[in-house]
Design a protein around this ligand. Structure first.
Ligand code: UT7
Length: 323
């Protein structure tokens, strides 16, 4: 009997503090009009002083476990996708595991920036269908506010903090009844590092550094790479990408989301967009958007859902699942 990796529960957490475009316009040479027109972003959440990535991850994880109806003893794998860990080590997943009272199995972080959640979900699926682990907590969690150059209007207006989580369980095919992660498609081209990176780090500078991005060059890569990933994930599952029920994209820019949706013939009402309220929360953006759609009652069990991400590396990828 083969196993499937089924999403049983989802959760999200956003810090209380909301920063509006007008507030940013008071600090750097920008305007609500420019940010809204060029990106679709109206506001973003920012973590409180002392609030760490693991705090955001813990809350999102707890909510996903509640939604799935499982407790800490039911989880034996914690994977956190983050580019903004609490500490250099141990992994934010280890810290979060302890905060959630989980003691069984493995916990580790993965780093693929804005594609991180798609990478993490794909890794979890492999661990679960192999039978090595039974139930995973997969979290995307970020405090990008800590790596932004608040003087750089080209980047500081784009990002926000938050966390989103999935509980993913190994199920026999019969029990899964068609549900589960059907395929994933992951890519990286490290030659494009200079388009989006942080100019500091442990072995390079001994500092945290700031996010640097050649936004228009990343933009030019985005639609093609994301479309390629979605077509790749659909082909791997033997599915026509135009037949998906829902599309949950990484929330970087509404114009990118619209461009991809158009290329794949998806209607606006199939696309989950939270960018106006969340900004770009990097690895957290997909599970946060997914969670909003679940809370809004949009997704029904059995719906076919495409996720995609693209970010620093450059990395890009997509995953297809039946919810
Ligand atoms: O999540 C990881 C992946 N990241 C992405 O997918 C981001 C992809 N890139 C983008 O979303 C867009 O490129 C941005 C939103 C970052 C920028 O939009 P753009 O339409 O590509 O603008 P641009 O960078 O070509 O800049 C156009 C103008 C420039 O001024 P000049 O040189 O034409 O005078 C910029 O200096 O807009 C200026 N500008 C701003 N003006 C007001 C850049 N940032 C701002 C700002 N407010 N915040």
């Amino acid at each position: 009997m083969s196993l499937k990796a089924v999403v049983e529960g989802v959760g999200g957490y956003l810090p209380d503090r909301v920063v509006t475009n007008d507030e940013l316009a008071a600090r750097v040479d920008t305007s609500d009009e420019w940010i809204t027109e060029r990106t679709g972003i109206r506001q973003r959440h920012v973590a409180a002083e002392g609030q760490r990535t693991s705090d955001l991850a813990t809350e999102a994880g707890r909510r996903a476990m509640d939604h799935a109806g499982v407790g800490p003893d039911d989880i034996d794998l914690v994977i956190i996708a983050t580019a903004t860990p609490d500490l250099t080590f141990p992994a934010t997943a280890a810290i979060t595991q302890a905060k959630l009272g989980i003691t069984a199995g493995a916990a580790f972080d993965i780093q693929a920036v804005c594609t991180g959640f798609v990478y993490a979900l794909s890794i979890a699926e492999k661990f679960l269908v192999s039978g090595q682990h039974k139930r995973a907590l997969v979290i995307g969690a970020e405090t990008f506010s800590r790596i932004l150059d608040w003087e750089d209007r080209g980047t500081c207006v784009l990002f926000g903090d938050g966390a989103g989580a999935f509980v993913v369980s190994a199920m026999d095919e019969d029990e899964a009844n068609g549900r589960g992660i059907l395929s994933s498609y992951l890519r990286c081209d490290g030659r494009l590092t200079e388009l989006l990176y942080v100019d500091g780090g442990v072995s390079a500078t001994g500092t945290i550094g700031h996010l640097r991005m050649q936004g228009n060059k990343v933009f030019k890569e985005a639609v093609n790479k994301i479309s390629e990933a979605m077509e790749g994930a659909a082909a791997a599952a033997g599915i026509d990408p135009t037949t998906v029920d829902w599309f949950v994209p990484h929330q970087a820019n509404q114009r990118i989301i619209n461009g991809v949706a158009k290329k794949l013939d998806l209607r606006d009402d199939q696309v989950i967009s939270t960018i106006a309220m969340h900004g770009n929360t990097s690895a957290a953006s997909i599970p946060l958007a997914f969670n909003e759609a679940v809370k809004d009652g949009k997704f029904k069990r059995g719906d076919l859902i495409m996720l995609e991400g693209m970010g620093g590396g450059l990395t890009w990828g997509a995953a297809l699942l039946r919810y």
